[in-house]
Write a protein that binds this ligand. Structure first.
Ligand SMILES: [Fe+2]
Length: 240
């Protein structure tokens, strides 16, 4: 495939393991669970599942080269850097920059996961309308495919800032929902599966702990249902 050589030319030599490239497996669509990491756990930029020019005339080759080879690579490198800094913080037991590097991990992590999904969401043979169960679910949730397309389009056009329109499956209500992500880091790493959460809005602890949020978090560890978390972990690993 000519695109592999082109790809290697397009991606600048970046420092560290993130410069390594996971080559696409010919003939196989990569799923989110196939997102590549090296043996040390560093994320890698995967090759596109098609040529840079393959989506012409709808999306031009130059845009694809820059978007994937520069912008997406930046997210991969930023994510690895943030995770490295968080590792250092754990080793040094110095969490003075936790806010900064948590934000960096969310910003670059969301960027990486969303772009990886975005590339796979497109195909030179794409377009038309979905079939089968997805078509039925969209018709049920949005009146018709055309209504879904209108809402998704409006969400995408009107989202503010560096945003995304996102079709999600909400598993509790078992619904398909269209969301806007204005700043993708605000919803942390899109594509990641939550296993354990703690609500630290003041309403969660203020009556008892007032401004002592740390005491509340400490107390929370006394009530965590680890078998629930373990079940969620096993389910996420087996299903994604
Ligand atoms: Fe982008």
């Amino acid at each position: 495939m000519a695109n592999r050589r082109d790809f290697l030319k397009a991606v600048p030599a970046a420092a560290g393991a993130a410069a390594l490239i996971m080559q696409g497996v010919p003939g196989r669509a990569l799923g989110m669970s196939d997102l590549a990491v090296d043996p040390d756990g560093n994320y890698l930029l995967q090759a596109l599942p098609y040529d840079y020019a393959a989506l012409e005339p709808h999306i031009d080759e130059q845009t694809m080269r820059l978007h994937h080879g520069k912008h997406h690579l930046g997210y991969v490198n930023g994510l690895n850097n943030a995770l490295g800094k968080l590792k250092e913080a754990r080793e040094k037991k110095d969490y003075s920059l936790i806010k900064h590097y948590s934000r960096e991990a969310a910003f670059h992590g969301s960027g990486h996961l969303l772009h990886a999904l975005f590339w796979q969401n497109m195909s030179p043979n794409g377009g038309g309308e979905p079939q089968g169960e997805l078509a039925q679910a969209l018709a049920k949730g949005f009146i018709s495919f055309a209504d879904f397309r209108d809402q998704f389009t409006a969400a995408a056009i009107q989202v503010e800032g560096s945003g995304w329109a996102v079709l999600v499956y909400e598993p509790v209500g078992q619904k398909l929902v269209v969301l806007q992500a204005e700043k993708h880091q605000n919803l942390t790493q899109w594509g990641a599966v939550p296993l354990l959460v703690v609500d630290v809005w003041e309403h969660a602890y203020y009556l008892k702990y007032q401004n002592r949020r740390g005491d509340f978090v400490k107390a929370f560890f006394n009530v965590i249902n680890w078998s629930d978390v373990a079940q969620r972990f096993a389910k996420a690993k087996s299903e994604l």
